[in-house]
Design a protein around this ligand. Structure first.
Ligand code: NAD
Ligand code: TYD
Length: 329
């Protein structure tokens, strides 16, 4: 199995999960180790995998790796909306050209391809409804990040239909869990509090996200790899919809602070209001269910992880906060 982006947050958790739960796979990771990639996420398993430091846009590296794999799972991406608003080029390059490069190699060499995507490709839902995205919701992305992911999904569908690439696709809701980069919402607030800073909430904080534990996401990807139908897309989520304010208040409570001990900062331009996934298809057809149904428990476990693993996140923290400071956030 070739795992691209396997030194990133979800990809590295996928590598660790696969080694623990699916020892039948031999794993090769391809990752270019951007600011978001870190080999130390794989410390426990490096002796059990091949690691190639390289770029998914480089056809000369990608070709032989795809040729020697039966299965490719693509986690490699630029993944942070705020960064895509500052400089969109790396998003267009990695998310679109990178996926294209992988698909062209798949077309030449054959094998199974699974593409990891996001529910942000659908745009956003109104705050005041209980409506959810389904696999047939039209794409309507808002940010350069989600537009580049939507483009990559379209390429996967086209290469499956036109060239017979044996592809599946999944669109997951927001993830949380160990080893998430401190630029993202949940770890930013936890590590702010550990370091004596106040949590920062964009705008009103009423925007809603559906928080899914990374291990549930990765179990769902394995369900798709073993039982998914070629050519199909699957939505993944937990049902745990919370406003950003509710998440921050929960973090404050679990860490022993007053519920109002946070700051409102300027909103993100184009900020999507609400995401929510209808997961009927993956639950009924592939018999996948999330294990982390209680967000409070998953969050408490995650806070514990960040407290115990300062060695891992502390080196990224100053640079991440400097980027936020430059944006006034
Ligand atoms: P991440 O930013 O933590 O990791 C991305 C990884 O890709 C890094 O290791 C980076 O070094 C690598 N990478 C970037 N450009 C590359 C290139 N050109 N060649 C090779 N490697 C490259 O991202 P993540 O949060 O783990 O997200 C992984 C995937 O899951 C992405 O496709 C993202 O869109 C999707 N997703 C993320 C979330 C979330 O909440 N984080 C939710 C749903 C879907
Ligand atoms: P993020 O983790 O960037 O994920 P996404 O934008 O892909 O959903 O942000 C999650 C939510 O939290 C989003 O509504 C933006 C908001 N947010 C804050 O309020 N404060 C912050 O410091 C960050 C990073 C995000």
């Amino acid at each position: 199995m070739l795992i691209t982006g396997g030194a990133g947050f979800i990809g590295a958790n996928f590598v660790n999960y696969t080694i623990e739960n699916h020892s039948e796979y031999e794993i090769c990771v391809l990752d270019s180790l951007t600011y978001a990639g870190s080999k130390s996420r794989l410390d426990r398993v490096l002796h059990r995998i091949d690691f190639v430091h390289g770029d998914i846009c480089d056809a000369e590296i990608v070709g032989p790796l795809v040729e020697s794999a039966d299965l490719v799972v693509n986690f490699a991406a630029e993944s942070h909306v705020d960064n895509s608003l500052d400089d969109s080029y790396p998003f267009v390059r990695t998310n679109i050209i990178g996926t294209y490069t992988l698909l062209e190699a798949m077309r030449r060499h054959g094998g199974r391809f699974h593409h990891i995507s996001t529910d942000e490709v659908f745009g956003d839902l109104p705050l005041e409804t209980t409506e959810k995205f389904t696999e047939s919701t039209p794409y309507n992305p808002s940010s350069p990040y989600s537009a580049s992911k939507a483009s990559s999904d379209m390429l996967v569908r086209a290469w499956a239909r036109s060239f017979g690439v044996a592809a599946t696709l999944s669109n997951c809701a927001n993830n949380y869990g160990p080893f998430q980069h401190v630029e993202k919402f949940v770890p930013r607030q936890i590590t702010n509090l550990i370091g004596g800073r106040r949590p920062k909430v964009y705008g009103t904080g009423l925007n809603v996200r559906e928080w899914t534990h990374v291990d549930d996401h990765n179990a769902a990807v394995h369900a798709i790899l073993s039982r998914g139908e070629i050519g199909e897309s699957y939505l993944i989520g937990s049902g745990n919809e919370l406003s950003n304010r509710q998440v921050v208040e929960l973090v404050l409570d679990l860490m022993g602070f007053a519920p109002d001990a946070y700051d409102h900062v300027p909103d993100r331009p184009g900020h999507d209001l609400r995401y929510a996934n209808d997961t009927t298809k993956i639950m009924t057809e592939l018999e996948w269910v999330p294990r982390y149904v209680d967000f409070r428990d998953g969050l408490a476990e995650t806070i514990h992880w960040y407290r115990a693993n300062e060695w891992w996140w502390q080196p990224q923290k100053m640079a991440a906060e400097a980027r936020y400071q430059a944006r006034g956030q």
